[in-house]
Ligand binder design. Structure first.
Ligand SMILES: [Zn+2]
Length: 153
């Protein structure tokens, strides 16, 4: 399964964490199918965790609970979820990007995005909404440039 932003194979991070370091960095990794060489450090200050943080992110091989195809929940994707989008750390990814896209009603998001973007007299709450939609579209690979999301204010 090809992810529009991260591709279809594990991404070697260049860090050299040992298997123990990675497995012990988050309780949930003990039973996961992970790619050790993809681990990247987390910024714990930005995480939203009730009990245990994820000290490292690592590419995880998963089977989509909806279509049953294999996909990777990427370390970089996790960093984005947990540090930029503010998802709680135990929020888990159980569906592939295609199934998630369908659920999100992507067409509606795009038309909403275009409408808000054209509106030159947006209220503050409309701007917040626009930013949220832009982040989702970025996550799904519809917006390629992160700058475009960050510049919404
Ligand atoms: Zn799926």
């Amino acid at each position: 399964m090809d992810h529009p932003r991260y591709g279809d194979r594990p991404i070697d991070s260049g860090y050299n964490y040992s298997e123990d370091e990675v497995r012990n960095s988050y309780w949930g990794y003990r039973r996961e199918d992970i790619f050790i060489e993809t681990a990247i450090p987390a910024d714990l200050e930005k995480q939203n965790f009730p009990t245990f943080p994820r000290k490292l992110y690592v590419d995880i091989r998963r089977k989509c609970i909806q279509c049953e195809r294999w996909f990777i929940f990427f370390a970089k994707e996790q960093k984005y979820w947990y540090e930029e989008l503010g998802f709680i750390i135990d929020a888990d990814c159980v569906k592939c990007v295609e199934c998630r896209k369908k659920e999100q009603g992507i067409k509606q998001l795009i038309s909403e995005y275009e409408k808000l973007l054209k509106n030159t007299s947006r209220t503050e709450s409309e701007t917040i909404n626009l930013k949220k939609i832009a982040q989702e579209l970025y996550e799904f690979g519809y917006i390629k440039n992160k700058q475009k999301v960050d510049s919404i204010a």
